[in-house]
Write a protein of this length. Structure first.
Length: 139
């Protein structure tokens, strides 16, 4: 029972950190003076300090390596993988510079991982996949 409680706490912790990051990057407009680069650096710091998640390293991993990397975190479930995919999708669409393709490809990879791991079909996930594929075709 203790292990289950610990795992639930880890899942919740990951979810909270990802939600905070999404809110910081895509939420309100109160920090208009902050540059995108500064926001990205702060986001990387939050991931590294809050979860020991290395953003730049993760961005370079292929599908199998990404699965192994995510599996190394206690509590990184399908919902948190979808949340992380949404984060990368938001970066890919928000950022009109060259890295946007890289972010969109990582988001697609993460949604694919969610599809592989999930026991249920998600219409929302499929809609995101279609959105990413359309965006990648236009790049």
């Amino acid at each position: 029972m203790e292990r289950r409680d610990y795992l639930l706490l880890e899942i919740e912790k990951i979810g909270l950190v990802l939600t905070a990051i999404k809110q910081k990057l895509f939420g309100g407009k109160e920090n208009l003076a902050i540059t995108v680069n500064k926001q990205m650096e702060e986001t990387k710091d939050i991931l590294l300090n809050g979860l020991n998640f290395e953003f730049d390293k993760f961005l370079t991993l292929d599908m199998d390596e990404s699965i192994q990397y995510l599996d190394s975190f206690n509590g990184f479930n399908v919902e948190n993988t979808d949340e992380l995919a949404g984060f990368f999708l938001g970066l890919g669409i928000k950022d009109n510079s060259s890295p946007s393709k890289e972010y969109l490809e990582k988001a697609l990879q993460l949604y694919t991982i969610s599809n592989l791991k999930s026991k249920t079909y998600s219409m929302e996930r499929e809609m995101h996949i279609m959105k990413i594929k359309n965006a990648l075709e236009s790049i």
